[in-house]
Design a protein. Structure first.
Length: 184
């Protein structure tokens, strides 16, 4: 049973990237970063980006059910990576209310999108039902064995994951500059 009306989930999916960019801009403008919070947030961001990169290097969208790499542990590693990047940016921003804004965004945007994507995967790949019974959506599961597929830089590029890295670099550079400007 769907938790979100299909029309809402479809609209959210259509607008998730533009709304994410708008949120990142608003976030950067409202942030009050200082060097200690920038340093504290950075490891979370880097871990999140690494998880996203690892996932993108295994993901074969609409071609095959991806169960290798981080997908052997959790069904939604890209979103877990995004959550870690957001957590790192919230820490770096040094504004508690931005944590609420980021949390609300993930609840309103990513949960309906995950639901839509999983419905799509279940329609495309009959094996998805067994996979989803074995591997949790967001909490990692230790697999009995790891699939043999290895990371592919070609898939990383084809999935355009470098855009997440560029977006993060732009936001974090802005936060660093803002911190330096305010300390003058």
């Amino acid at each position: 049973m769907a938790l979100f009306p299909k029309r809402f989930a479809d609209a959210v999916q259509k607008w998730r990237v533009p709304s994410g960019i708008a949120l990142a801009v608003l976030f950067a403008l409202l942030a009050d970063p200082v060097l200690p919070t920038l340093l504290l947030g950075l490891p979370f961001c880097l871990l999140g980006l690494a998880i996203r990169a690892w996932a993108a290097g295994h993901l074969r969208k609409n071609e095959t059910l991806t169960v290798s790499g981080p997908y052997a542990f959790v069904r939604n590693p890209l979103y877990i990576g995004s959550l870690l990047v957001a957590l790192g940016c919230v820490i770096a921003a040094a504004r508690a209310e931005l944590a609420l804004l980021a949390g609300l965004y993930f609840l309103v945007v990513y949960l309906p999108v995950v639901e839509l994507e999983e419905q799509h995967l279940a329609e495309l790949f009959p094996a998805f039902r067994e996979y989803s019974a074995r591997v949790r959506a967001f909490l990692p599961t230790l697999p009995e064995r790891l699939p043999p597929e290895s990371f592919s830089f070609e898939l990383y590029r084809r999935n355009r994951e470098q855009r997440a890295l560029y977006g993060f670099a732009a936001v974090y550079a802005f936060l660093i500059l803002k911190s330096l400007w305010r300390s003058m």
